[in-house]
Design a protein around this ligand. Structure first.
Ligand SMILES: Nc1ncnc2c1ncn2[C@@H]1O[C@H](COP(=O)(O)OP(=O)(O)OP(=O)(O)O)[C@@H](O)[C@H]1O
Length: 261
């Protein structure tokens, strides 16, 4: 059996007296869209933060492609094959679309700042590869026409797509998407669902944190449910939508009607 794309064991994160994650064991299989859902404050962003190196676990391990991730800096994490987007967009507003994505693509090229500055042959080769990867990612999310536009001037929905392009430019095996549909209208959510499927279909695993239940139920292959930092359920969309503990903690009976049966 192939190694999980992402696996956590006993992942625990405490902020002083607040337990954001309590011994979370979660496996994301390759080529799957795995949604992580739960009420506000359940620990979903904390999970992404720990997996991506933005926060340090109090206990437990994170493995990417079967290798325990010890990297801490975001550039090291990118080289592990993991990339993320942020709930609150983290774009350089004054930079162009291409420049924003290049920052992502260059994050994993392993060329030090001195080599880049000196323009060594390796740095030049790697710079060309990063540009190609950036252009491909921009095209993949449908922003080719806006390549040279300043990020801060893009409509909000396109800024969200740009954030996804930046994550994809590192050619990750696992992409963590933190509420990518926030602020989207129904048409944009439909397009987002197609994009998430396309990311999976080109070979990556996706961990999707999202509150929009029709979107989640329509796109996810598997769903894990967090409540107060603890996993309370895992299964297919149908299994999760019919799990009494999930309905009670998060979905409510109204929310599940017509979602999955
Ligand atoms: N930097 C921090 N310092 C202290 N407590 C924090 C910090 N970040 C998160 N928390 C707490 O950890 C818990 C989990 O928060 P987290 O943001 O991971 O939840 P979430 O499921 O992503 O919520 P939402 O759906 O609202 O984004 C909450 O109780 C939150 O208040």
């Amino acid at each position: 059996m192939t190694a999980p794309a992402l696996e956590t064991r006993g992942l625990t994160l405490r902020y002083g007296g607040v337990t954001a994650l309590e011994s979370v064991d979660l496996v994301v299989r390759p080529h799957t869209i795995h949604a992580l859902i739960g009420p506000n404050g359940a620990g979903k962003t904390s999970f992404i933060n720990v997996c991506s190196g933005s926060a340090s676990a109090t206990a437990g391990t994170v493995s990417v492609g079967g290798r325990t991730r010890r990297a801490r800096r975001p550039s090291d994490v990118a080289r592990c094959g993991l990339a993320r987007t942020f709930q609150n967009l983290q774009l350089f507003a004054e930079a162009t679309v291409l420049e924003n994505v290049l920052i992502g693509a260059e994050a994993q090229n392993g060329v030090g700042p001195l080599a880049s500055l000196l323009g060594t042959p390796r740095a030049r080769r790697s710079g060309r590869a990063a540009r190609e990867a950036a252009l491909a990612a921009i095209e993949f999310v449908g922003l080719a026409a806006e390549r040279d536009h300043v990020a801060g001037a893009l409509p909000y929905g396109k800024q969200r797509l740009l954030e996804i392009a930046r994550a994809l430019a590192t050619d990750p095996a696992v992409v963590l998407l933190d509420e990518p549909g926030a602020g989207f209208n129904p048409q944009e959510k439909q397009e987002l669902a197609d994009l998430v499927r396309a990311i999976r279909d080109r070979g990556a695993a996706v961990l999707l944190v999202e509150h929009d239940m029709p979107l989640v139920m329509g796109v996810a292959d598997r769903i894990s449910v967090l409540n107060f930092g603890t996993l309370i359920a895992e299964g297919t969309p149908t299994e999760v939508a019919n799990d009494p503990a999930v309905v009670d903690a998060y979905l409510g009976t109204d929310a599940t009607e017509g979602l999955a049966s």
